[in-house]
Design a protein around this ligand. Structure first.
Ligand code: NAP
Length: 561
């Protein structure tokens, strides 16, 4: 169905989407279907967002592939075959390119177009968006789909940039970088580090893993999908999507209603051994007894179980202890999916360095210098340094753009002490600016395509409404914003995940800001978030102020403007 647009302004485009990743592409498709004028800008040279950037060896997702795809087109579902249960990056990027070609999306996307600034022009009811290079675009509405993890961060150590070999972040892995036979260091053991370490360990001459805190991992259980399995999966797509719609994180896994204390220790251990050994992907943390992710006691017992499994897999007991997290329990941070990660540390060419005992003093021209204490140092000679050191997550992509809203207020300043949003889709003072993937949104913590479908569908319904009703100004109400932040804080607090030092709570030692926890994500679950968004539509958007051109004019006249 197409809509009649209310183009009352001097706009170049009605809807400008920032980002051509999983979210931006789907939003583009939906708005084209509506028939409104829409353009996408992306700083990369190609589409795919995360899947365009993260080309490091071993990169793959830990959502089951058949749940990490769009559900909107039966034809698309019929035409695309997944090759692996957890697809690697090239397969996912090919999928997104296939989608773009099938629906003829590319001609609406401008690549190499990095948004530098966006200024709200109250008199014109437009956003003036400035791209690197100087081009300016006047858009009625701006829809942000810049991703959660698109601003990489690096350690703030002396000498970075002076190294004569290759330095790269996992996010920026050069396409022509082959580490075979090289002396390589990987800094960081989050989900990216775990994947790249596992992939390159048996190809490189030497691998030095430089670790601060250890991170919990769960065996991924990847396998190929043959034609027969693919046919079986395709026949079940309706049920799979319906099931994922009902689970908190949009995965095939759902927390068990049974509590760990409802069963005997023997039963618990048998269940955990099964989850660990038999290829259940993320079920060890997403499908476990409900209390293991909410209560300290059950979580401790589960953590001890996983720690024992690590001890069984790593030959050197000291190395095993270093690989067992001591600062948080299992699942209290994002668990990394692994496929042979622990066995890597049994190889002769691999060394694990404990940065808590021996921090990096400097990056030198030839490698990395460790501080051994008492004035002693150790130089590690290297050819390649890989920074798997994470991201300025969630708000970083917003901070990078100079957004200026009503009265010239900067979004970055507004969020200096942590983000505040109206139902995860807007910030008050920033009319007509929508966040499809941003802080405190349910899209951010779900299996990504499942999560963004909810927000994009809401946005599309909202665009239909705005166009039908002649709405030219749409802004969150401050009281609703305060209520949402409080709700998110409260509901997140029920999960142990909200109490750890990870990007979920705004922690990143590489950023120049205080380390107090921030309400970055919404952990109330996708179904609850979807219902909350739907309530806005059903009840006439009570959390937002919607105005037609006449209402804007009347308000200005009333205010004597
Ligand atoms: P991350 O989880 O933030 O991990 C960063 C790692 O770098 C941590 O081990 C951290 O140690 C270390 N680090 C940070 N700064 C350091 C410094 N200055 N010196 C030494 N070590 C430092 O980042 P990530 O691994 O890129 O993962 C981010 C997110 O991306 C994941 O949580 C996940 O959501 C997503 N991801 C998903 C997949 C998948 O689906 N399979 C794969 C990769 C990434 P500390 O913890 O001690 O700070």
């Amino acid at each position: 169905m197409t809509v009649q647009t209310t183009r009352t302004h001097d706009a170049d485009v009605d809807y400008l989407i920032i980002g051509a990743g999983v979210c931006g592409l789907y939003q583009l498709h939906q708005l084209l279907e509506l028939g409104v004028s829409v353009r996408v800008v992306d700083s990369n040279a190609g589409l795919g967002g995360t899947w365009y950037n993260n080309r490091y060896p071993g990169c793959r997702f830990d959502s089951e592939s058949y749940t990490y795809q769009y559900s909107f087109s039966q034809e698309l579902l019929d035409e695309w075959d997944w090759k692996e249960r957890f697809a690697p990056q090239p397969e996912t990027l090919s999928y997104l390119e296939f989608v773009a070609d099938k629906f003829d999306l590319r001609r609406h996307i401008t690549f190499n177009a990095s948004v530098q600034a966006a200024e709200w022009l109250e008199d014109d009811l437009l956003w003036l968006v400035t791209l690197a290079g100087g081009e300016q675009v006047r858009a009625r509405f701006v829809l942000c789909a810049m991703g959660l993890l698109s601003v990489p961060t690096y350690p703030r150590v002396e000498g970075r940039g002076t190294f004569r070999g290759v330095e790269t972040h996992t996010f920026d892995w050069p396409e022509d970088l082959d580490v075979t036979g090289k002396r390589v260091a990987v800094i960081g053991t989050g989900a990216s580090g775990v994947q790249v370490i596992t992939d390159v360990a048996d190809k490189v001459a030497s691998l030095t893993v430089l670790q601060r805190d250890a991170n919990w991992c769960a065996p991924l259980g990847n396998q190929e999908i043959d034609a027969e399995e693919m046919a079986r999966l395709r026949a079940s797509y309706d049920e799979i999507f319906a099931w994922c719609r009902d689970t908190p994180a949009g995965f095939v896994h759902r927390p068990d209603r049974v509590l760990s204390t409802d069963v005997t220790r023997e039963e618990r251990l048998a269940h955990w051994n099964d989850l660990y050994d038999n290829g259940h992907g993320a079920a060890l943390y997403m499908g476990n007894y409900r209390d293991t992710m909410m209560e300290a006691g059950p979580n401790k017992e589960l953590s001890e179980f996983v720690a024992d499994r690590i001890r069984q897999r790593v030959k050197d007991p000291e190395v095993a202890e270093l690989l067992i997290p001591k600062d948080h329990g299992f699942g209290n941070k994002r668990v990394a999916g692994e496929s042979g990660f622990y066995e890597v540390f049994n190889q002769d060419n691999v060394e694990l360095v404990d940065l808590m005992a021996h921090p990096i003093q400097a990056v030198t021209e030839t490698g990395v210098r460790l501080d051994l204490g008492n004035g002693e140092t150790r130089d590690i000679e290297l050819d390649v340094i890989v920074y798997a050191t994470g991201f300025d997550a969630v708000t970083g992509p917003f901070d990078r753009i100079d957004f200026r809203g009503v009265d010239g207020v900067r979004l970055k300043d507004r969020w200096a002490d942590g983000p505040e949003t109206c139902v995860g889709v807007q910030a008050t003072g920033f009319p007509n600016l929508f966040m499809l993937v941003g802080p405190q949104s349910g899209s951010a913590t779900a299996n990504f395509p499942r999560g963004i479908e909810d927000v994009v569908n809401w946005m599309t319904d909202t665009v239909r409404h705005m166009e039908a009703e002649g709405i030219v100004r749409f802004e969150g109400r401050r009281d609703a914003e305060l209520a949402w932040v409080e709700h998110v804080r409260e509901i997140n607090g029920l999960l142990l995940l909200a109490h750890s030092k990870s990007w979920f709570n705004g922690h990143n030692i590489n950023l120049d800001r205080d380390d107090k926890p921030r309400v970055m994500v919404y952990l109330g679950g996708a179904p609850r978030y979807r219902r909350r968004l739907q309530e806005e539509i059903d009840q006439g958007y009570p959390s937002f102020e919607l105005r037609t051109a006449d209402e804007v004019a009347a308000a200005k006249a009333g205010a004597g403007v």
